[in-house]
Design a protein around this ligand. Structure first.
Ligand code: DON
Length: 594
């Protein structure tokens, strides 16, 4: 298909030639040019009447089999709004936008306006998209900004409060993705405005989660936000008037309703109140970026992931390729042999992450080498079945240098557009600072940078030069929104939150489905495990089979039991074209469809 800009250029050329040949009058020429311009402008988006759902009474649904479209997200109200948008004629991109905006209201611990994210999509026409709306380090940031005078990292500074925030990218990302949607932004944002203005009922989990952060809210805010209350309980109505007003400014003024004017003024005032460094220039300059998706083949499946500044696509690629020739299917699901193999490839991938990965706009990431077959074979040379490797011995690969809160949603529509979006504030409720008067939490994404080489961040991840802080740079992410194609058609749409456990959870879910031929529910619900090189421990989720844990311990692994790993949301497209959509049971996550 010829794109509109190309058509426009051809048309203008034609008119110019004609004008010379025919010696056309200036006024006629101007008229023709205006007609051409108008004809080639982006098609007008459709507005539909506001959708209605009951935000006070709703159920949580974990699975649905449907044929016209599906949305799986962290909150039932957000999934329901997404599906309503599909029913009104929106496509999967529209539904993903409306779902994210709804999450910004009903899921304040991770849904956001003050954070950032990534979208991986495969459009019905076959086009692959990777949209980066990751936060960036403010222009006044510097590589040592979290160190004290002795050069030690000051605990908490990159995690809580104003200095922890990168410049938010979400709003720019939503507008950049809406280019591929069909409905007007006004239509997509209105349900979120309604829920912020009139309120919605808190679930048990949300009430508990808000109760857990009351002290932090009081510590990191000078103006107390609406989230501060003696005790929240299930069924309480949360009304967010300031947030509703911010959303209305975005509805009425577009991106400028966030990055400039009143909302920007409120953000800057908040920065000044708490010693933050984001300036009006930072906000004005922020841009979401379309990038080349990270695509690779695994036994005939085409796996589409996010490139830098997410480590997700590359790590998944490395891990899948390191097991590809090992016949893991014969080892069986969650046996000592298969878990050991997977833990060892996780260890190796994460060692490379620490050394080589960072924002590729700032650091020459040797991506091609890190996924080349020869290199990956070399990485597995010292793998011994049945014996734990050691992170002291297994270092980042030798290469020739060329000089916990996030949320995922999976969406599909009947035309075959598939969208995987993971967005984040980083920690639960981000920096815990709410922009006074604007009603949204700011992220603490600066902690995803390496504050000092070798010093672990919130998720225990370490890094160095590649992921050092620099003004305008994007911090390295683990988010892994992923689409798997089979016979060049969407087959799986998946992703999860969970910090550094994200790539390993997506890896395990894919191995479970593609290799162990497990059903989607089992692949999502069964206990997961995680190795990230350093610390040299194998984390197992509660419920992980005890005998397998013991066998792994005997092989030499330091086993660490831990709470829930991720919240994986999967849509599988069945051979008859139906969508099997499964929401994780580790939270209020919900699958809707029609
Ligand atoms: O981008 C990243 O990798 C992290 N900021 C993600 C944080 C996360 O998943 C927390 N959720 N549980």
């Amino acid at each position: 298909m010829t794109s509109k800009p190309v058509l426009l250029i051809k048309f203008l050329l034609l008119i110019s030639v004609a004008s010379v040949i025919l010696n056309m009058k200036r006024r006629v020429l101007a008229l023709l040019l205006s007609i051409a311009w108008l004809a080639c402008k982006a098609p007008k988006k459709t507005s539909v009447e506001s959708i209605t759902i009951d935000p006070y009474q709703f159920n949580i649904q974990k699975k649905i089999l449907c044929e016209n479209g599906a949305v799986v997200s962290a909150h039932p109200l957000a999934s329901k709004i997404g599906v309503e948008i599909l029913k009104k004629g929106g496509n999967a991109i529209d539904a993903a936008i409306a779902t994210q905006l709804a999450l910004a209201v009903v899921y304040p611990q991770a849904g956001n306006l003050g954070g950032g994210g990534f979208m991986v999509a495969r459009l019905a026409n076959g086009k692959l998209l990777a949209l980066d709306y990751r936060e960036i380090a403010p222009l006044h940031a510097d590589r040592d900004m979290y160190l004290d005078e002795k050069g030690n990292v000051q605990p908490g500074k990159s995690v809580n409060g104003h200095l922890a925030s990168g410049v938010p990218g979400t709003v720019a990302g939503l507008f950049a993705s809406s280019k591929y949607g069909k409905l007007s932004f006004k239509t997509l944002i209105q349900p979120a405005i309604n829920m912020a203005e009139k309120g919605f009922a808190l679930t048990e989990r949300e009430a508990q989660s808000l109760n857990n952060i009351q002290n932090e809210l009081r510590t990191y805010n000078k103006v107390m936000p609406v989230f501060v209350k003696e005790t929240w309980k299930a069924g309480d109505t949360l009304i967010q008037t300031d947030l509703a007003n911010t959303l209305k400014r975005i509805r009425d003024l577009g991106e400028k309703g966030f990055y400039e004017g009143e909302t920007a003024r409120l953000m800057i005032e908040e920065m000044q109140r708490g010693g933050g460094i984001i300036t009006p220039q930072d906000l004005k300059d922020y841009q979401a970026k379309y990038r080349e998706p990270h695509v690779f083949d695994y036994k005939g499946y085409e796996i589409v992931g996010m490139p830098m500044p997410s480590s997700g696509g590359l790590l998944l690629h490395q891990m899948m390729k390191m097991i590809e020739d090992k016949n893991i299917a014969t080892m069986g699901f969650e046996t000592p042999a298969s878990v050991q193999l997977m833990a060892e490839v996780e260890r190796r991938a994460f060692a490379d992450r620490a050394e080589y990965l960072g924002d590729a706009d700032f650091y020459k990431v040797p991506a091609k080498i890190l996924v080349s077959p020869g290199y990956l074979q070399q990485r597995m040379k010292d793998y011994v079945a049945g014996v734990a490797g050691s992170s002291k011995m297994i270092r980042p690969g030798e290469i020739q240098k060329e000089s916990e809160q996030t949320t995922h949603l999976s969406v599909i529509d009947k035309e075959g557009n598939a969208v995987a979006v993971t967005t984040t504030l980083n920690d639960s409720y981000g920096s815990k600072t709410v922009v006074a008067g604007a009603g949204f939490f700011l992220n603490d994404e600066m902690d995803d940078f390496s504050a000092k080489p070798g010093t672990p961040n919130l998720y225990g991840a370490i890094g160095g030069e590649a992921n050092a802080i620099a003004p305008g740079k994007r911090m390295l992410s683990s988010m892994t929104p992923t689409i798997v194609l089979k016979n060049n058609k969407p087959y799986l749409v998946l992703g999860t939150p969970g910090g550094t456990t994200i790539p390993t959870s997506v890896f395990q879910t894919l191995v479970d489905i593609l290799e162990f031929k497990m059903g989607v529910e089992d692949a999502v619900y069964k206990p997961k495990f995680h190795h990230q090189w350093l610390p040299d421990t194998l984390d197992i989720e509660y419920g992980f089979p005890e005998n397998v844990g013991t066998a792994l311990q005997q092989m030499g692994y330091a086993i660490r039991q831990r709470g829930e790993i991720g919240r994986t949301e999967v849509i599988k497209i069945l051979p008859d074209g139906k969508f099997e959509s499964v929401a994780d049971n580790r939270g209020d996550d919900d699958a809707e469809g029609w």
